[in-house]
Design a protein around this ligand. Structure first.
Ligand code: 8YV
Length: 322
């Protein structure tokens, strides 16, 4: 039986590549390249795209692959994919939710504590020998028992809130709708949430619907003792306002795993002493990346077996089998 032709973008370790090549005829394309750069005979054969990374997949990209019927995203966030364009073309789209929520929540909490306790500065104090010569490091800020505002209480937001509740924190959240979360306070306004909270964590989906939602007003409402953590997408925050607030001290600190223009981030971030900066690595453990790869492949295999897709995100995927 001939194997289906799948186009893959981004780099995959051997544990993904091997099963992918067993099941499919794999064609590779750089994540930031356009499908229009593929030779015509290859483009015509492709029936599914296994994508990794955050380069946009728009209608023109889809049109360059005339037999494309499926896009399997490696990641929970599918803001890079024009899902409406996929729906209009009858292309199913899937993602990899749930399997990464623990890791992402772990990193959010880690960044919050690392920033509040200035673990980077304290580590440098030890390594430089200052501890021995100058004594104790200045006192820092307690996280346990503080008020935490979560913007976006989806699966990942929920995991972050549960972890911080175990740290005896009070939990408030803003979300598209009120959730069944006894003891966690709902706010229908992000500024009011930020005003109430000591620290705020952004756990929103990306895309045009949430662009700039964490505005200058939200950032300033967190205040000079507050910390803003972002593990969602850089696009959700007014980044110039965030940089201004961190530089001036109107916002106390930040823990950031995501930025606009990754990986070439605004150089102003590099000078900040009051921010923990991470290279978009919240889901980057070997265990979770294996689970993400497996779920991406399960969706592809289900698609070719004409079975219901595990984790569809669009109308076309949900109505499968067609
Ligand atoms: C990426 C992510 O998938 O899941 C997401 O939405 O942002 C990450 O886990 C990862 O960086 C691979 O592109």
């Amino acid at each position: 039986m001939t194997k289906p032709d799948v186009l893959i973008t981004g780099s995959y370790p051997e544990w993904d590549m091997q099963p992918m090549q067993e099941a499919f005829t794999v064609h590779e394309l750089a994540a930031d390249a356009s499908a229009t750069s593929l030779p015509r005979d290859v483009a015509d054969k492709i029936t599914a795209l296994a994508m990794k990374g955050h380069a946009p997949i728009d209608g023109a990209y889809m049109d360059a692959l005339p037999n494309l019927k499926m896009i399997a995203n490696f990641g929970v966030g599918y803001d890079a994919i024009d899902v409406e364009a996929a729906d209009a073309r009858g292309i199913a789209v899937t993602n990899t939710p749930d399997v990464l929520s623990d890791d992402v929540a772990d990193l959010a909490v880690a960044m919050l504590i690392a920033q509040a306790r200035d673990m980077m500065g304290a580590e440098a104090w030890v390594r430089s020998g200052n501890w021995g010569t100058q004594g104790a490091y200045p006192l820092k800020q307690k996280v346990s028992g503080s008020r935490i505002g979560i913007i976006g209480l989806g699966r990942i937001g929920h995991e972050i809130a549960s972890r911080l509740a175990a740290f005896k924190c009070e939990i408030g959240y803003s979300s598209r709708s009120r959730k069944e979360t006894p003891g966690w306070q709902y706010f229908d306004d992000h500024v009011a949430l930020a005003d109430w909270a000591d620290h705020v964590v952004i756990a929103l989906a990306g895309g045009p619907g949430t662009a700039g939602l964490v505005s200058k007003q939200v950032i300033e409402a967190i205040g000079p003792r507050g910390i803003l953590v972002n593990i969602s997408r850089g696009s959700t925050v007014d980044e110039p306002a965030l940089l201004d607030a961190l530089e001036s001290g109107r916002l106390g600190g930040a823990g950031l795993d995501v930025f606009e223009n990754e990986p070439k981030i605004d150089p102003r971030f590099l000078k900040l002493k009051n921010a923990v900066l991470q290279p978009h690595q919240a889901s980057a453990t070997a265990e979770t990346r294996q689970d993400m790869g497996a779920l991406q492949r399960e969706n592809l295999l289900s698609f070719y077996a004409k079975k219901p897709l595990q984790t569809p995100v669009n109308k076309t995927g949900k109505s499968y089998p067609r």
